[in-house]
Design a protein around this ligand. Structure first.
Ligand code: M6R
Length: 607
């Protein structure tokens, strides 16, 4: 989604803004722009396309030269990507950048047009810029307060007033914004990577707070304009974590960071051999008492929840429903007071997931957030939080965040099984120790199968359609393998429960159609083999991912990846690796933009 950076200090602000926006490129965008105070005037430069297009457009001579400004990367929602729709919006008197969506912008536009305002763009954002201009009579705070009282929707806003040079004003609602605090320089940003090169210290701006930044000072005011004291946060990672570190893409770097991420997430939560998530507001008694669990999330996070369902139900014998947040929030779900809602999100800012969390809370359901970004909206609003410790995930395609979400699903299943007494403690202890072994096994597997995956990707790179099949947790994993492939390689791909194929989809299986079959579950092996035979009989080319001890494997498939023997229930922790590598190399071979696939955004903060 869109990115915001603001800077005030002694450095050249255009350099800092463009540099910061580059660090937010992973969020996805299709145009960029900046507004900078130059000799007391606001100079705006913006362009459709990438930051390089903006740089080229500015060239040497139009490059704003000043020490305070705001910048934006836009991911189009209202109006196509174009110069005129790009941010900043406004004029030389007041200029703004905006993330989010203004729902009542048409009413505002109509009202302002009747007052003589002329709109140039198709964006909702322009209505805020014009409204600020309309209400402004010399007092920025008062003007902002009036505007906040009028606009409806979600927003993070950076604002410049010509009458107040070298100052940035900022507000937010439902769209994240942080205020970075440096030495003789201050920042606003929609995400930490934009400013981590300059400072690790930041405030999390809350709704109904107004930030006012100068070179020397940051003031945070409440909605009545009264100054408030806030806790200063310090990012616990550094610039290297947000750099490629010698890898060609963030995605492959993040795939290889998985063993460490899993270790960081799991190790502190296994004590004396037993799971202890250490959840605030959730005692073991309360955990044991839930009647039902609802796992709600989007995309990859939802797929982690799918594995969670199989594992929790198998071990803890409590019914689990998994649902995409955009459906859950609008279907008036049946929620009992004695249910638990588990909300999974890497970013902690996904609009639908946040809305689902709020709905569950409104209905009196205890909410447990599994989140990677510390201090994000979902983390702050949930009743209990379990952080995943993947570090910053920059590639749009989620990999290490998925693995740590899976790890938490296992820990939760183990702890639920323990407190509900559905599995003997010594068995849980064994499972915990096997989970602790995963990082080393995954590290080894990643190195062993990387070349093979690259080779198989070269075999399938020209496919138009591709199918993933599996049963049980392998089906849950197929969903993720398929999403990974389609989002970064643009190959049409679908995941099916292997037994379901013959109910329709098998008609699509013809000569040379690639099928990636997952068969890591002993109990389901024979059944899956039958399904593989069915597709092979119709001419499919099969890449089989199976257990190391699988018999028949070679006869069934053209291509083979063997997964070391670990308990069936833990298999997804390893078998995801070849699927991620396969997707990555297919994308590379097809010449796609691996880390920033078309049309996608890292953090989906709009519906
Ligand atoms: O930040 P979240 O985990 O809430 O994001 C959810 C999805 O948008 C995300 O997982 C998306 O599906 C990824 N692009 C998948 O790689």
């Amino acid at each position: 989604m869109c990115g915001i950076v603001g800077y005030v200090g002694s450095k050249n602000s255009t350099d800092v803004l463009v540099d910061g926006l580059r660090k937010l490129e992973y969020r996805g965008y299709d145009s960029a722009g900046i507004a900078v105070f130059e000799d007391g005037r606001i100079k705006i430069e913006k362009s459709k396309g990438r930051l390089d297009d903006l740089e080229n457009k500015m060239g040497l001579y139009n490059r704003p030269n000043g020490h305070c400004g705001i910048g934006h990367t836009r991911w189009a929602t209202h109006g196509e990507p174009s110069d005129v729709n790009s941010h900043p919006h406004g004029n030389e008197r007041i200029s703004i950048v905006h993330n989010g969506i203004i729902e009542n912008y048409l009413q505002i536009k109509e009202k302002l047009e009747s007052k003589g305002y002329v709109f140039e763009s198709e964006t909702d954002t322009e209505s805020i810029a014009k409204l600020l201009d309309y209400y402004y009579h010399g007092d920025p705070i008062e003007t902002i307060r009036r505007v906040l009282g009028t606009i409806e929707g979600s927003y993070a806003l950076g604002i410049l007033f010509r009458d107040f040079p070298d100052r940035i004003f900022a507000v937010r609602k439902e769209s994240p914004l942080i205020v970075g605090v440096g030495k003789d320089e201050n920042f606003i940003a929609s995400d930490v990577p934009a400013i981590i090169k300059y400072t690790k210290d930041y405030y999390l701006l809350e709704e109904n707070e107004i930030a006012l930044l100068t070179e020397q000072e940051v003031k945070i005011l409440d909605i009545d304009g009264e100054p408030i004291q806030k806790e200063l946060h310090t990012a616990n990672w550094d610039i290297e974590a947000a750099e490629k570190g010698g890898y060609p893409h963030f995605m492959i770097k993040e795939i290889h960071e998985q063993p460490t991420a899993i270790k960081n997430t799991v190790s502190p939560r296994i004590q004396n051999g037993l799971p202890n998530l250490g959840l605030e507001n959730l005692t073991d008694e309360r955990l044991a008492s839930f009647d039902r669990i609802h796992i709600v999330a989007c995309g990859t996070a939802m797929h982690a929840g799918m594995v969670g369902k199989y594992v929790i139900e198998r071990l803890a014998r409590v019914p689990v429903e998994v649902e995409v947040a955009s459906e859950f929030r609008y279907r008036d779900p049946i929620l009992g007071k004695n249910d638990l809602a588990v909300i999974i999100s890497q970013s902690g800012e996904t609009a639908d997931t946040l809305a689902a969390l709020r709905l569950a809370k409104e209905r009196g359901v205890h909410t447990l957030a599994v989140v990677n970004v510390v201090g994000s909206s979902i983390a702050r609003e949930a009743d209990s939080v379990c952080y995943t410790w993947a570090g910053p995930e920059i590639a749009v395609a989620s990999t290490k965040a998925y693995s740590v979400q899976l790890s938490v699903m296992y820990l939760l299943a183990f702890q639920l099984a323990l407190v509900r007494k559905t599995v003997e403690p010594d068995q849980i202890q064994t499972l915990c120790s096997q989970l602790l072994d995963i990082p080393a096994q995954l590290e080894k597997l990643l190195h062993e199968v990387e070349d093979e995956c690259q080779y198989y990707a070269s075999k399938f790179q020209n496919a138009k359609d591709l199918f993933f099949i599996g049963r049980g947790v392998d089906y849950a994993l197929s969903l993720e393998g398929s999403l990974k492939l389609k989002e970064i390689s643009y190959i049409h791909s679908e995941a099916y429960a292997a037994g379901e194929l013959k109910h329709g989809t098998i008609s699509l299986i013809t000569d040379d159609i690639p099928v990636i079959a997952l068969a890591t579950q002993k109990a389901l092996y024979e059944k899956t083999i039958s399904n593989i035979k069915e597709v092979k009989a119709r001419g499919a080319k099969v890449l089989l991912v199976c257990r190391e001890d699988s018999n028949l494997a070679g006869e069934l498939s053209e291509y083979l990846i063997k997964i070391p023997l670990i308990p069936d229930i833990l298999m997804p922790m390893l078998s995801i690796a070849p699927l991620q590598l396969f997707a990555y190399y297919t994308s590379v071979l097809r010449g796609c933009d691996v880390d920033k696939p078309r049309n996608l955004a890292k953090s989906v903060t709009v519906e």
